[in-house]
Design a protein around this ligand. Structure first.
Ligand SMILES: [Cu+2]
Length: 352
């Protein structure tokens, strides 16, 4: 392991240092932790705990996001993450990463929930689908006549190198920047049937909004437990798309907790049933980033839960709606005696 680590280029060692793996010992210590992690999903136990996080309505909400990256003036948040100085930085995650991407990693478990996730063959299938959805989004953006790539700081994004990119012989690939592979034309394949794009092209109009709004709510009980969720009340106008941006401080053992997000749940009832109309999604910490233990922002679509509540006559009429957003932490895996302290820093809502 020492020979491997010291054989890395300065650029590669820098990337690992960004992630706190700044010595061969630190790298090997983390690899051993990952090695002994067991898959939660197995042949005998193949069911995802929250299939809703990969439902078509969740995917469609992600695909309806009109910008590549959020942050700065793009207050709605992006299809991908918000702008960051480089790719190990903590930044706000879009819907695709917050729900399908992260939940699959952690819920498959074992290597998939860890820094060395590409070791698990399931990784290739999972990321092939994430890539496919990116291509679907590109096609939808073209129909909407909106940009498929960053509109500012684009050069930073295009020039970002992937320094661990090697060919089948282990030699470094020279064409290794994000920009070199930003179009599917660079690859020798295309996607054909079975994507939402087939339906989208006929149903979609080219009138996506160019701007939206975002407001911050005040949080009650930021220090939460299962019986006492973090709650925020925010009044928003009736809009087609409504998203919650939830900032949570990374807990000491992030892999042990998932967070359920509910909108306007029944009074005094904590329900985390994904079939309840109020259930909006589940988020969990994934990925080894720089500044480990810093807060992370997740994006959860509320529009589908609101539509279900509307159909159940559980939302009052009018031009505005008061949203009560609850974030309910739940211990996963082995039962914990006491929920470790977890803090919700911020709950924002954007709409367009
Ligand atoms: Cu991934």
């Amino acid at each position: 392991m020492t020979a491997f680590y010291t054989g890395l280029s300065p650029a590669q060692q820098q990337q690992l240092t960004y992630r706190g793996l700044d010595t061969a010992t630190a790298f090997w210590t983390q690899a051993k932790i990952d090695l002994f992690g067991k898959r939660s999903l197995t042949q005998q136990n193949p069911g995802l705990p929250n299939p809703f996080v990969v439902s078509l309505e969740t995917i469609n909400s992600a695909l309806d996001t009109p910008y590549f990256a959020g942050g700065q003036s793009q207050v709605l948040g992006g299809f991908g993450s918000d702008y960051a100085a480089q790719h190990s930085d903590i930044t706000s995650k879009g819907i695709l990463e917050s729900l399908p991407h992260d939940n699959i990693h952690n819920d498959v478990g074992g290597f998939m929930g860890a820094f060395l996730s590409p070791i698990d063959p399931v990784f290739a299938v999972h990321h092939a689908n994430i890539d496919r959805l990116w291509t679907v989004w590109d096609g939808m953006q073209q129909i909407r006549r909106l940009r498929t790539r960053p509109w500012s700081q684009g050069d930073v994004w295009y020039d970002e190198p992937f320094v661990f990119f090697t060919d089948s012989t282990g030699s470094a690939v020279m064409l290794n920047t994000a920009g070199a592979y930003s179009e599917i034309g660079s690859f020798n394949y295309i996607y054909t049937q079975g994507s939402p794009l087939d339906m989208a092209s006929s149903a979609m109009t080219a009138t996506m909004p160019t701007e939206g709004r975002r407001v911050t709510g005040t949080i009650r009980s930021a220090e939460m437990n299962f019986a006492r969720p973090a709650v925020s009340r925010i009044t928003v106008p009736i809009a087609q798309h409504v998203r919650a941006h939830i900032t949570i401080e990374e807990p000491a053992d992030p892999g042990a907790i998932r967070f359920h997000v509910l909108v306007n749940p029944p009074q005094n009832a904590v329900t985390i049933e994904a079939t309840h109309p109020s259930y909006a999604g589940t988020i969990q910490f994934f990925g080894r980033m720089a500044n480990h233990r810093h807060p992370q922002t997740f994006t959860v679509p509320l529009e589908n839960a609101l539509e279900r509540l509307r159909r159940a006559n559980a939302l009052p009429g009018g031009h505005e709606v008061i949203l009560e957003i609850q974030v309910v932490p739940q211990a996963r895996g082995i039962a914990l005696r006491a929920m470790p302290a977890v803090h919700v820093r911020k709950i924002e809502v954007s709409w367009f």
